[in-house]
Design a protein around this ligand. Structure first.
Ligand code: F0G
Length: 452
């Protein structure tokens, strides 16, 4: 019954400028008039209009698709296709992204000072980061539109994801990454998936500037997060999260901030769920940045969001080492509309939070751990109350940056940095490997002393 109702519905989408509201052609990234970013809108959703989206059966339909054998239904993105731009089923490139777990983190809850804490782990996607949910939509669009080449500038996760989806979809891919400033595991992914990978002697922001000119000159489709189709795919994490809580609405969602597309996507999802009457209110969405890569924090604190204050970014959480975030206006709107806030955290706070998430048997990459570090500060500031229902969005898998993890536990991470003295605070979380003589007694004695 529900399937019939929605089959009749076609997702008609349009690209609209977030600044002046003009409609743009489907393969553009910026408004031709005011150069602002674009977003997808779905005029057919006006519930009152004839032929509008029938929402009554959607939640059952989406859940039911989990048991289907159709690849698009098995994707945690495409099973929500009623809220996505229409792509022909034979053009969809899916590696069964999405459908990621929600975990309770009791020890982290205690350390942050809240009663209950959950993490939605987007690092459990096929290439190990949240980027896959957006990439499946944007790469499929590129294939449907007839592009042969796709490209991105990246701090490592977008490139890994793009390379994988391009390979699965028979597209060629070009990656620009800042030389020496991304993790080796991420770099190895794009090599293995067959992308042409270029290390440029600049930072992420420099790579973006160069790529923007390359795509002007060559018929290459840009898959950076200014791509509005990526934002649509990344929206589905919020639909899935609400589904996992049986549509019970969290009080607060905490997201790391880099180029600021993920927070924009989650906020857009909440806005749309409210429009579709799937939820009655929108949770607060707060964005956490590393102190050394804090353009949004500065922009909000120093000029109330009127004009972006770009920074020269520096942080060991290399995924979010971004000083000039493209989607800052979208993220700002999400924070303001939802009643959320921004916070920044230090390198030591990130490292400690990461080890705490690891000690729950979950783990994540450094950029994801800013969420727990930020939550602690929001509780201290009284912005999050101890009895509130909070969800952290963990964006990348622990194995994305094993070098950071090893150095942290061995006690080398901050050696020779300005944080060396301060880093003593992290000692209780460090679990260095022990080197023993190869004999049984040595191991047994160790166990005895560990029991005490
Ligand atoms: N967490 C991880 C693990 C990331 O890789 C990124 C961004 C973010 C958080 C921030 O998300 O940019 O949407 O605010 N990584 C990009 C990349 C920039 O190229 O992989 P955002």
């Amino acid at each position: 019954m529900a399937e019939q109702a929605t089959q009749a519905h076609k997702t008609i989408s349009q690209l609209r400028c977030i600044g002046c509201g003009r409609i743009a052609l489907p393969d553009r990234f910026r408004c031709e008039t005011c150069r602002d970013l674009l977003e997808l809108i779905y005029p057919g959703w006006e519930v009152q209009s004839p032929g509008g989206l029938d929402c009554s059966g959607l939640t059952n339909l989406w859940r039911g698709r989990r048991s289907s054998l159709n690849p698009a239904d098995q994707s945690g993105v495409w099973r929500f296709r009623e809220i996505l731009p229409e792509i022909a089923q034979n053009q969809i490139i899916t590696i069964r992204e999405g459908n990621t777990p929600v975990y309770e983190l009791p020890h982290c809850a205690k350390s942050a000072g809240v009663k209950q804490l959950f993490a939605k782990h987007q690092g459990m996607n096929p290439t190990g980061s949240f980027k896959d949910t957006g990439m499946t939509v944007a790469a499929s669009f590129a294939r449907q539109a007839g592009y042969k080449w796709v490209a991105c500038a990246s701090t490592g996760n977008t490139s890994a994801s793009m390379a994988a989806y391009a390979a699965r979809g028979g597209l060629r891919s070009l990656v620009l990454i800042p030389d020496g400033k991304i993790s080796w595991s991420k770099l190895s992914q794009s090599l293995d998936y067959g992308a042409i990978t270029c290390q440029l002697k600049t930072d992420f922001d420099g790579c973006v500037r160069i790529l923007n000119e390359v795509v002007e000159r060559m018929p290459v489709y840009l898959l950076n997060s200014v791509n509005p189709y990526r934002v649509e795919g990344q929206k589905t994490v919020a639909f899935e999260l609400l589904e996992q809580f049986d549509w019970y609405i969290p009080d607060h969602i905490i997201v790391p901030g880099g180029n600021l597309a993920n927070s924009s996507a989650i906020g857009k999802a909440m806005r749309e769920m409210k429009q579709l009457r799937l939820i009655s209110r929108v949770p607060k969405i707060s964005v956490i940045q590393a102190q050394g890569a804090n353009p949004l924090v500065r922009t909000i604190r120093e000029n109330r969001g009127e004009k972006l204050i770009p920074v020269h970014a520096e942080t060991m959480a290399t995924a979010i080492r971004i000083g000039n975030p493209a989607s800052w206006k979208k993220a700002l709107r999400v924070i303001q509309e939802s009643g959320g806030t921004v916070e920044q955290v230090s390198e030591i706070e990130i490292a400690i939070a990461k080890a705490e998430i690891g000690a729950e048997g979950i783990g994540c990459e450094p950029a994801s751990a800013v969420t727990l570090a930020g939550l602690k500060k929001l509780v201290e500031r009284g912005i999050v109350k101890p009895n509130e229902f909070v969800v952290l969005v963990l964006t990348g898998h622990l194995l994305k940056d094993s070098e950071f993890t090893l150095k942290f536990h061995r006690g080398d991470l901050f050696a020779g940095t300005p944080y060396e003295t301060e880093s003593r605070a992290a000692k209780p979380q460090q679990r260095a490997p022990l080197v023993l003589e190869p004999n049984v007694n040595a191991v047994v004695n160790l166990l005895h002393s560990a029991e005490k």
